[in-house]
Ligand binder design. Sequence first.
Ligand SMILES: NC(=O)c1ccc[n+]([C@@H]2O[C@H](COP(=O)([O-])OP(=O)(O)OC[C@H]3O[C@@H](n4cnc5c(N)ncnc54)[C@H](O)[C@@H]3O)[C@@H](O)[C@H]2O)c1
Length: 335
Amino acid sequence: MQKVLVTGGAGYIGSHTSLVLLEKGYEVVILDNLCNSSEESIRRVEKLTGKKITFYNVDLMDKEATLEVLNKEPNIDSVIHFAALKAVGESVQKPLIYYNNNISGTINLLECMQETGVNNIVFSSSATVYGDAKEIPVPETAPLGATNPYGQTKLMMETILTDCAKANEKMNVTLLRYFNPVGAHESGEIGEDPEYPNNLLPFVQQVAAGIRPKVFIFGDDYDTPDGTGVRDYIHVMDLAEAHEAAIAKMNGVKVYNVGTGTGYSVKEMIESFRQISGSEISAEITARREGDVAMLTPKAELIKDELGCEAKRGLTEMITDAWHWQSQNPKGFRE
Ligand SMILES: NC(=O)c1ccc[n+]([C@@H]2O[C@H](COP(=O)([O-])OP(=O)(O)OC[C@H]3O[C@@H](n4cnc5c(N)ncnc54)[C@H](O)[C@@H]3O)[C@@H](O)[C@H]2O)c1
């Protein structure tokens, strides 16, 4: 049985990935400081799978405590590194906190891996590393750039990981660049739990549930069919399965987009949510947000060709499962 250390495993994507790993027969160890999550998500993953998770409430900024986890858990085959702060707006207000947590946390983790001989790591990167991409759909080979501190941390972490692999031929690094993860496990037991949502769908979910009065559409004068921004969305369970596919087939440094290749506009997302949830969703058009681009969708074939991994769930499942989770857990895990 392969053993996987999941940093940030109590969070949104980490909890779904842990569930997929357990179902596929992996042993899962989670390291998380719960700064943006709850231990309840881990308990629910255990309940859904009928399997145990070893959990360490540890901050990656604490190198000694991180090293202790790796020493206590010998024979870790791979690490999936989700642990990071991820709110773009907050990163603009508090850049040092983002650089410190995301970069120092990653360096500490890599040093601990090096000291204990763990050589495989899958990293949560993001479409944000393409900045204002000129070629749409964007291929993995496109020029990189960041428009905010959060994006900068992702770019820097990609560079650090790639340099470490260059210096150590035993090391395997897979960078997964996610395009807007949405939805939830079909049970409705785990899902995204933001107190202050940064992304469109969690915001729409909370408006549909009556938690927020309306959703803001940032600009309807983009050069897109209905004037609102177009993005690619991926069901969080498809994304979780992509992580399992990545650790099953590590080989040197690899970079993959993880999306569906099909873009939807902000207006289309809101309208689909209205239809599926049957809820009133008030929306107000406001000015464009700085740093937003008109359209960002990926070329999504490479991961299919090399890892045999393809998104199976479409927009209806994304929204149905997101709504199932939201309506069943109006306060997320905060009850
Ligand atoms: N959700 C998205 O839209 C999206 C898109 C692209 C990339 N990503 C990346 O995927 C990863 C997971 O995202 P998510 O949506 O599940 O976020 P999340 O906030 O739900 O999960 C991140 C987890 O990391 C933990 N964490 C943060 N700093 C830590 C530290 N110093 N030590 C230990 N634990 C720490 C948090 O408590 C949380 O449980 C992040 O790296 C994020 O940047 C997310």
